[in-house]
Design a protein around this ligand. Structure first.
Ligand code: XIL
Length: 297
């Protein structure tokens, strides 16, 4: 196959990118995005601050622009994200207790209701753990340790057709406290019937040229709990070809690793643009890392 999306499809997977709605008018950007990828994630436009700027006043203009751009081209969409300590609207940031808990539930219902039946997956909860595997302190965590399962139960009821994911970074190394903390939560949810379908490993790699320890073991261990796994926000310092090939191979080796999403199209589009971490350079040219990924898919 001659594109990332087509190559991934050969093994039943997808290859995605983050899309910034404001860049869709740039034809070099949108041409590459539409040609190479068959899944997209809104980089910011479906986050809580974007979708509910005032309490119970929802705004889907920017999210819908990306959804419609993708859907009209046969590209699927991952929803990102519903409950997160970051990028909360101002009105939510200083809330606490049952007021915040109810606002979270209302947010999930409002956003998922709008996109009901349209998306491939939702990152229901994002980045809820500390590096040592304990829960991250946040206003959401302070509402009670059950906030994550409440978010997932609310999400299942709001749209029974969409896959529900937990998403985080630094959970790639199997021998890492945070990975183990997330693993234990997923194991607990599966044993108690809390609805969860997938784990997203953001896969923001920083430095070096080798993979985090036992990366493939992490993927297969999560999968053995009965959930799909996906690499959801891949970027790699200086686009190391060994790391890009290795992370792709790890996914390909695990049957329940359903797809890979890179966090942007060209280096110049990246939130880490000074690290040149993506598969296309600023001129839209394929980098060596692009070929290393395509060859493994
Ligand atoms: C980043 C975006 O890329 C930036 O444009 C924004 O300013 C901050 O958020 N983890 C996530 C993503 O789950 O939503 C973040 O995206 C990157 C880290």
């Amino acid at each position: 196959a001659s594109t990332l999306g087509a190559a991934a499809t050969q093994s039943g997977r997808y290859f995605g990118t983050a899309i910034a709605g404001g860049r869709l008018g740039d034809s070099a950007y949108s041409t590459i995005a539409a040609r190479e990828f068959n899944m997209v994630t809104a980089e910011n436009e479906m986050k809580p601050d974007a979708t509910e700027p005032q309490q119970n006043v929802f705004n889907f203009t920017a999210g819908d622009q990306i959804y419609n751009w993708a859907n009209s081209r046969g590209i699927k969409v991952r929803g990102h994200t519903l409950a997160w300590h970051s990028q909360q609207p101002g009105w939510m940031q200083n809330m606490s207790g049952s007021t915040l808990r109810n606002a979270m539930i209302n947010h999930i219902n409002g956003v998922m209701g709008h996109y009901r039946g349209k998306l491939a997956a939702w990152d229901v909860v994002n980045e809820a753990f500390n590096e040592d595997g304990s829960r991250r302190q946040s206003n959401l965590q302070a509402t009670g340790n059950d906030w994550i399962e409440v978010a997932f139960r609310t999400a299942r009821a709001a749209d029974p057709s969409v896959k529900l994911c937990y998403n985080d970074y630094n959970i790639e190394n199997w021998s890492y406290g945070k990975t183990q903390g997330v693993y234990r939560m997923i194991q607990d949810f599966r044993s108690r019937g809390v609805p969860i379908d997938c784990v997203g490993l953001q896969t923001h790699f920083t430095g070096g040229s080798s993979l985090p320890g036992n990366f493939q073991t992490t993927l297969s261990s999560f999968a053995a709990l009965g959930v799909d796994v996906a690499l959801t926000e891949v970027d790699v310092t200086n686009a190391s070809t060994t790391q890009y090939a290795g992370l792709t191979q790890a996914c390909v080796n695990v049957p329940r690793c359903i797809g890979i999403t890179v966090w942007g199209v060209r280096d110049s589009d990246s939130w880490r643009s000074n690290e040149s971490p993506l598969l296309f350079d600023g001129g839209g040219n394929k980098k060596a890392a692009y070929t290393s990924v395509l060859n493994v898919l």
